[in-house]
Design a protein around this ligand. Structure first.
Ligand SMILES: Cc1cc2nc3c(=O)[nH]c(=O)nc-3n(C[C@H](O)[C@H](O)[C@H](O)COP(=O)(O)OP(=O)(O)OC[C@H]3O[C@@H](n4cnc5c(N)ncnc54)[C@H](O)[C@@H]3O)c2cc1C
Length: 288
């Protein structure tokens, strides 16, 4: 037993951006490495699910028998300047919004393409989140993480396994802290960030609950285009559908059910395979 802040039998809908899901066994909110380590030792990593703001997650309805570790109490950061370079050392729960504010304040380049992604730094590193031709591992230098034995590990970028929307942290351990490297810029970074936000607003259904891109882009293709050409743009089952604005975004029109969502994904994968011979790979993480 421990006395770390937690909520038992909690509503999973409140912990993801698409607002689908039933009840989770327990969610803990550790405040430091020691508390994360103690949780991993007490419950063991295979029963644990690390949680950011849930912007890439879909929870099933019913009861999910997992111990969730949320990063909302891990929000400290440091800014270190060395000549024209700036190093940000960010705890897992620091949001991309906070990082955007830092880069705007010091006019730093390297993060601007990622600025509109709704993410925590921990979730973004686990997912190797990316946009507009950049990904978070372009700027990551080092990661401190807690392994399945509860030990704090310090890894340099070249020791970490990552690829398109993937990193080793999706399977092992909890990302505690990340160091990113940015550079003082001659460009107007605030302006570039604003342009990206406007572009996202134009292309993405940000007025409805969503989990972002449903599928990864298959090599040489755009998942959204494949879905659109398979007649799925705007197609819905019950309260879940592929957005009218962007076919690769699932949106919740009110009270979406997990069962309908799975039916929709199964149908989409079948249709795209029949039409193009391409097996879509899910980018969203389904948690059951
Ligand atoms: C409107 C919208 C737009 C989006 N646009 C983009 C985009 O342009 N590019 C893009 O890549 N994604 C995009 N996404 C998806 C999502 O924002 C990213 O995948 C993001 O990185 C998820 O961050 P999170 O903190 O919410 O993680 P979560 O969704 O909570 O978790 C995602 C994964 O990371 C793991 N995780 C979370 N925190 C930790 C931790 N501390 N340690 C270890 N593992 C952890 C989880 O276990 C899970 O496997 C978008 C989503 C939405 C809703």
């Amino acid at each position: 037993m421990n006395n770390i802040q937690n909520i038992k039998n909690f509503s999973l809908k409140e912990f993801c951006t698409i607002k689908v899901g039933g009840v989770g066994k327990v969610v803990y909110f550790p405040r430091n490495v020691e508390e994360i380590s103690n949780l991993i030792k007490e419950f063991s990593m295979e029963n644990i699910f690390p949680l950011g703001i849930g912007s890439n997650l879909i929870f099933s309805d019913g009861f999910i028998d997992k111990v969730f570790i949320h990063s909302k109490n891990l929000k400290s950061y440091e800014v270190i300047q060395e000549n024209e370079y700036f190093y940000l050392i960010l705890e897992a729960g620091v949001s991309f919004k906070t990082v955007s504010n830092i880069v705007k304040k010091y006019n730093l380049e390297g993060f601007e393409n990622l600025s509109g992604i709704p993410a925590t730094i921990g979730g973004a590193v686990a997912m190797n989140a990316g946009a507009y031709g950049s990904e978070i591992f372009d700027i990551v230098e080092e990661v401190w993480w807690i392994d399945k034995n509860g030990n704090l590990i310090h890894s340099k970028k070249n020791e970490i396994e990552y690829s398109y929307r993937h990193s080793q942290f999706q399977k092992e351990g909890f990302v505690y802290k990340v160091k990113i490297k940015l550079k003082k810029s001659d460009k107007n970074i605030s302006h570039l960030i604003k342009q990206h936000l406007l572009d996202r607003n134009k292309k993405q259904p940000l007025d409805l609950p969503t989990a972002g891109s449903t599928y990864k882009n298959p090599t040489g293709h755009f998942a959204g285009k494949l879905l659109e050409e398979s007649g799925l743009k705007g197609f819905r089952i019950g309260d879940i559908g592929f957005s009218q604005k962007h076919a690769n975004f699932l949106v919740n029109y009110g009270n979406a059910k997990y069962e309908d969502l799975i039916k929709l994904l199964t149908l989409a994968e079948k249709k795209v395979y029949e039409k193009f011979g391409i097996k879509l790979e899910r980018e969203v993480k389904i948690v059951e």
